[in-house]
Design a protein around this ligand. Structure first.
Ligand code: FUL
Length: 423
């Protein structure tokens, strides 16, 4: 790193990071057209879920341990899932609930019932709005939509601004930032304009080590940790987005990823100190597809089997790190470490070492949580965590015995082939 300046998270950023897991819901006219992207011409009348149950969506997220959800209030096609005053291209023009429904409201209510935070995706690129080609008019239109979302649904934990389709287009990020500061000052802002969190750089749900919380840019093409200009640095922790299925929208014939693949995504996002936003797309009934639901429950059970019975160690400071003392000699095959990043991310490198000097695991970032899966189970009553970094604070070391629990292949390549959207 070129600097010793250590930037701190805001309390809202830290709370969001500690939450760790979010669930994405992509639903809209695309769901009924078998498309990933559409061009704004699919009739609003095609939005016709027969049995929409937002409570089931949010309950499913909660069962998986999510802290928040993010709903596509408007995708690139411009169709709005709430009865906006800005356009007729919305649920108000659909047969669903006789045009009197509001998906955003139903999800917001379910979030309140289940204690999850609500996030909303409002695509800047809008392929339906007739004013889109006139930047001044569109900026006003977009701000009006954002104002509706920021005023009618209670507290928002995240606003998702997707960059797709917007290359070369500058939106009025100053006004957007002012509106958010006024109406939803603690909402995380994803990746554009007044961003407070950033995209991890792929749609496979995979972070890498090191996982920097401080960067100079959300533009990953320009990101180079060695040439950071101190003045431009920002605390921008990453969110890894990925779909349970191949597509973001539910499509017939698509299937959920394997349990092993999902566990690998978990370990390489949450387990590397990043957030994970896992998309579980409602189907044409407006329900979670039974195959998806079964896979989500398998994932929940597997995570519980691996991490549900952790044993925390008692920590004491040592020369180059900390000593972690267990209540007795325990068998374990995973080590979880949590850094207190409230005064900034400080650990640059670390090693997990047994009393006899055997190095069990090593890495760069610890961050809000780091999971090490050991090649072999060990039995020990103490560990040393050796740390390189500036005044690092470790808040927890937890050992887990996941004997017999499903786990991803070690190592494995879990990148998905990329494909252009079909519109
Ligand atoms: C992308 C979009 O183009 C996809 O349709 C999806 O919404 C994904 C999360 O972000 O940029």
């Amino acid at each position: 790193m070129a600097t010793t300046t250590i930037l701190r998270p805001t309390p809202a950023q830290l709370a969001w990071q500690k939450g760790g897991l979010g669930v994405f819901f992509h639903v809209g006219v695309n769901t009924f057209a078998g498309k990933e992207w559409s061009d704004g011409t699919i009739p609003a009348a095609d939005f016709a879920p027969t049995d929409l149950d937002a409570d089931e969506w949010v309950r499913t997220a909660q069962q998986l341990g999510a802290a928040y959800v993010v709903l596509t209030a408007k995708h690139h096609d411009g169709f709005c899932l709430w009865p906006t005053a800005t356009t007729d291209y919305s649920v108000a023009s659909s047969p669903w609930r006789d045009g009197a429904g509001d998906v955003v409201q139903e999800v917001a209510d379910a979030c309140r019932r289940h204690g999850l935070g609500l996030g909303l995706y409002l695509s800047p690129w809008d392929r339906n709005a007739e004013c889109y080609e006139d930047p001044e008019r569109y900026d006003a239109f977009y701000l009006a939509q954002l104002r509706e979302l920021c005023t009618h649904y209670g507290e928002l934990v995240e606003l998702w601004f997707d960059g797709a389709g917007s290359a070369g287009r500058e939106y009025d990020w100053t006004a957007i930032g002012e509106l958010i500061a006024e109406l939803q000052p603690t909402a995380m802002v994803f990746n554009m304009g007044p961003a407070t969190i950033r995209w991890v750089g792929n749609e496979d749900g995979l972070a890498a080590d090191p996982c920097h919380y401080v960067t100079d840019s959300t533009d990953l093409n320009n990101y180079d940790a060695d040439v950071i200009d101190i003045g431009d640095q920002r605390y921008l922790p990453p969110e890894c987005d990925v779909s349970l299925r191949r597509g973001w929208f539910w499509q017939p014939g698509d299937e959920p990823k394997s349990l092993e693949h999902l566990l690998a995504i978990h370990d390489r996002s949450i387990g590397l100190g990043a957030n994970l936003l896992l998309n579980i797309p409602p189907d044409r009934r407006g329900r979670i597809d039974p195959a998806d639901l079964a896979r989500v429950h398998e994932l929940r059970d597997a995570l519980h089997a691996r991490f549900g019975n952790g044993q925390p160690a008692t920590l004491t400071a040592a020369a180059a790190g900390i000593e972690a003392e267990l209540s007795e000699a325990l068998r374990f095959d995973h080590v979880e470490i949590r850094e207190d990043v409230s005064a900034g991310q400080r650990v640059r490198a670390h090693r997990v070492v047994l009393a006899d000097g055997t190095v069990l695991a090593a890495g760069g970032t610890i961050g809000v949580r780091r999971l090490h899966r050991l090649a072999e189970p060990v039995t020990a009553d103490r560990l040393r965590i050796e740390i390189d970094g500036e005044d690092p604070v470790i808040e927890a070391v937890i050992v887990h015995d996941a004997t017999g629990a499903p786990a991803p292949a070690l190592p494995g390549d879990y990148r998905a082939p990329t494909e252009a959207p079909d519109a």
